[in-house]
Ligand binder design. Structure first.
Ligand SMILES: N[C@@H](CCC(=O)N[C@@H](CS)C(=O)NCC(=O)O)C(=O)O
Length: 209
């Protein structure tokens, strides 16, 4: 297996952490997003969405989308279980991952991509040049704060996001909280449960992946 990767980006980090938790090493193929290598004709053949991560299986098939990649890895190597121990654990993992992706990652991305000069005319991945809308920075900040408050409430009641077990949903939240630092939001400030959870998850060796 090979992973098309960019070491500064949050979604590939989700997969690298997942692989590290599984104790798996795969070849990493760097795709430099700062140099727009994701838009080259060669990479578009690999992933027409022009995003990383992309997993190349041993049969040469290309799988994009972090969730799909990690579900595949879980199926190939079930232990340690990172999508919950049973049907309910899996449903909770997918539910919390969905909440993190749709309410958290998109909010931080809305801020960053409408703010940073590096994303001018590149607000969405892919070749179409969508312009920035500065008003969305403030809206994204509000959505991010609301999301982080929701995570604080959940983690005040639950040791991990999906319950008693560490799962893929926690990995999604870790990369989102760390991604928010790009827009100078420290989600841990004033949120003690989230801060304690962040310290605990960051101490796992996989967090450095
Ligand atoms: N839904 C995808 C999102 C992938 C994604 O957006 N990746 C970003 C890096 S974190 C990317 O490749 N961006 C390319 C671009 O902005 O042009 C996933 O879960 O993997």
């Amino acid at each position: 297996m090979k992973l098309y990767d960019f070491n500064r980006a949050p979604n590939p980090r989700r997969v690298r952490i997942f692989l590290a938790e599984k104790g798996l090493e795969v070849e990493l193929v760097p795709v430099n997003l700062f140099r727009m290598e994701q838009l080259t004709p060669e990479f578009r053949q690999i992933n027409p969405s022009c995003t990383v991560p992309v997993l190349e299986t041993d049969d040469g098939e290309h799988i994009s989308e972090s969730l799909a990649i990690c579900r595949y890895i879980e199926a190939v190597q079930p232990e340690p279980r990172l999508f919950g121990a049973d049907a309910l654990g899996e449903a909770r993992t997918l539910m919390w991952n969905g909440i993190v992706e749709h309410e958290g990652m998109t909010a931080v991305a809305e801020m960053l991509r409408n703010l940073s000069p590096g994303f001018r005319d590149h607000v969405f991945p892919g070749p179409v040049p969508y312009p920035q809308i500065p008003a969305l920075v403030e809206r994204g900040a509000g959505r991010t704060a609301q999301f982080l408050d929701r995570m604080e409430a959940r983690l005040a009641d639950s040791s991990w996001l999906a319950g008693d077990d560490f799962t893929f949903a926690d990995i999604a939240l870790l990369v989102t909280v760390d991604f928010a630092k790009w827009v100078e939001i420290d989600g841990r400030e004033g949120r003690p449960a989230l801060a304690a959870w962040h310290e605990k998850i960051s101490a796992r060796p996989s967090a450095g992946a």
